[in-house]
Design a protein around this ligand. Structure first.
Ligand code: ADP
Length: 487
């Protein structure tokens, strides 16, 4: 089964969030399930720098006259089984060779021509499906998030081309790629696409809506989020469309790339450990406390958060309840970057509680591993969470997740109570309502368990043995592809 994966990011070359982790891990897992996966990516500087053995594939012209060359090469850094992953890359320096992250400049403003930059990505995927590379033609196109969401539209609307099926995966419905209606002419889609049944959204162009309207199947990254986005509360204005498409919508849980996230083999942490020997975990905690200027206290429960600093992640709850952690002798460590308001607020809290609260602003992949390896509790009190990866990394590294019961957090964390302790399914702490009272109560329950070391250890063991294996999720995608690809 030849599958073309379309994404804007890929771990480890270019990552702003969970999307990159999935784009980096899924191809290998799918190959293991019997697929032959190639990727298509924009030629961002970080992607071009990781590309080797390149050969020219062909070119196409976008409606605004720009000619885009496509090369094929190997991304040798990607953590796939045989150490390389074949990708098509759009060589368009005018569009992609810019400072900042893939979507915005150093001033944190979205690039004004993002509709062009990502229309080209979708169009390239369609061109490849129609035979741009005469040696390899995908049987199905799998696009991720709004950046890749025009691919299903091009494929579905081109009646003079062979019909290639598409799957569209929503990693976060809140980011939709909405642009003024005047941009439509740049996209190269037939006029009927600019309609309520297409990608038109209150007079604007919505890339997300294009993916949701035209993909043959829609998936999202957890079963609970698949249900939640069909409600007005979490549908981000697209719940009606999602309800219409409910029979074609399913949730496939993300997993953990064991080649990258395993405390037994992780070269980014000072001391390796496993469920049978947790000495390394204690040493990692001490080393983390030293590094961050926290008091080196083995008995102080260390609560940690590794996150984009955006409102979605429930940071207001944490900011309002820091005393609930520090007053009884706990410590807090935040690794994150994002909204300047939260960056300043957490920096202030750290200054107010020297030795007890530490904040590291910025994006630091290697330090993130050390945080999971050294902390006791991983906080994910999100307002909404399509899947969430950090709670799963926390589980694998013996840092019990404390999460809100929402999206993928609800699907992966089992609250600790007498029943779940007894049947050994407990693996963390879960609270329901997005309010400070519920959050504080969950923090107090974490302290309660921490003061019972034997039970704490038992819950931690359950967490560390969680599977979250890509094999299971890849098999689900495989079956989905099988349904769509003509025999
Ligand atoms: P989202 O995709 O919404 O940001 P996820 O939990 O799905 O949230 O994925 C976040 C990913 O980004 C995880 O791999 C997490 O470890 C990583 N991450 C987030 N912030 C940072 C940071 N400041 N430094 C290093 N890694 C980070």
């Amino acid at each position: 089964m030849r599958i073309l994966q379309v994404s804007a990011e890929i771990f480890p070359l270019l990552k702003t969030g969970g999307l990159a982790d999935i784009a980096g891990a899924l191809p290998d897992a799918l190959n293991g399930a019997g697929c032959e996966v190639r990727g298509v990516l924009p030629g961002f500087p970080a992607i071009c720098a990781g590309l080797s053995q390149t050969s020219s594939v062909g070119q196409f012209t976008m409606p605004w006259g720009e000619v885009i060359h496509v090369v094929y090469g190997m991304l040798s850094d990607v953590s796939v089984g045989d150490g390389s992953f074949g990708v098509y890359v759009l060589m368009a320096p005018n569009l992609y060779d810019r400072p900042g992250n893939p979507y915005e400049g150093p001033d944190r403003q979205a690039y004004g021509d993002n509709h062009r930059r990502f229309a080209a990505l979708g169009y390239a995927a369609a061109q490849l499906a129609w035979g741009l590379d005469s040696r390899w033609r995908p049987q199905l196109v799998h696009s991720h998030d709004w950046h890749a969401a025009l691919a299903p539209a091009f494929l579905a609307l081109a009646h003079d081309r062979p019909r290639v099926p598409s799957v569209f995966t929503v990693h976060n419905l809140a980011y939709q790629g909405v642009f003024g209606g005047g941009c439509f002419g740049d996209l190269g889609l037939p006029p009927q696409a600019f309609s309520v049944g297409g990608l038109e959204y209150f007079g604007n162009v919505s890339f997300m809506k294009a993916g949701l309207s035209y993909a043959d199947r829609i998936t999202t990254v957890s079963p609970t989020y698949a249900r939640e986005i069909q409600t007005a509360e979490q549908g981000c204005g697209l719940d009606g469309l999602l309800r219409q498409r409910a029979v074609h919508l399913s949730g496939i849980l993300n997993a953990v790339d064991a080649a990258v996230w395993s405390p037994t083999t992780d070269s980014l942490i000072p001391h390796r450990f496993d469920p049978r020997n947790m000495t390394g975990k204690a040493l990692n905690k001490a080393s983390l406390q030293v590094q961050c200027g926290l008091h080196v206290e083995a008995d102080a429960p260390l609560f940690a958060m590794v996150s984009r600093l955006t409102d979605q992640k429930g940071l207001s709850l944490l900011l309002g309840a820091v005393d609930e952690i520090v007053a009884p002798g706990g410590q807090l460590l935040v690794l994150g970057s994002g909204d300047p308001y939260f960056e300043e607020a957490f920096s202030r809290v750290a200054q107010e509680h020297p030795g007890k609260v530490a904040v590291r602003l910025g994006y630091d992949e290697s330090f993130a591993h050390q945080v999971f390896a050294g902390s006791d509790v991983t906080l994910v009190p999100s307002r909404y969470e399509p899947c969430g990866l950090t709670q799963m990394y926390g589980l694998k590294y013996g840092s019990l997740p404390l999460v809100r019961r929402v999206g993928g957090l609800a699907d992966t964390v089992i609250d600790t109570d007498l029943e779940t302790l007894d049947n050994r399914s407990a693996n963390g702490f879960v609270f329901d309502r997005f309010d400070e009272t519920d959050f504080r109560r969950a923090v107090r329950r974490a302290f309660g368990l921490y003061h019972r070391p034997a039970e704490w250890n038992r819950v931690r063991q359950t967490g560390m043995r969680s599977a979250f294996d890509w094999k299971d999720s890849a098999l689900r995608y495989f079956h989905l592809y099988q349904e769509l690809i003509p025999k």
